[in-house]
Design a protein around this ligand. Structure first.
Ligand SMILES: [Zn+2]
Length: 72
């Protein structure tokens, strides 16, 4: 069983772990194709996380880019 709150795509789950490790908030908020959000605790900006990405590696890169952009 997949643990609650963990993304089912390994690449995306790893990117979410990396974001969390550097202080970002990861908020599961499932609704349709949406899995949830990565939230910058400094400025409150949010990155959408798809639950059904066409390419998990591209989705993971988007999360990494958001994290890099928000190292305030
Ligand atoms: Zn920010």
């Amino acid at each position: 069983m997949i643990s609650r709150g963990r993304h089912q795509k390994g690449d995306v789950a790893a990117a979410l772990d990396r974001a969390q490790a550097v202080g970002f908030k990861v908020e599961p908020d499932k609704n349709g194709h949406r899995w949830g959000w990565v939230i910058c605790c400094t400025c409150g900006d949010k990155q959408y996380v798809s639950g059904t990405p066409k390419s998990p590696s591209t989705e993971a890169k988007k999360i990494d880019q958001f994290v890099r952009k928000h190292r305030h």
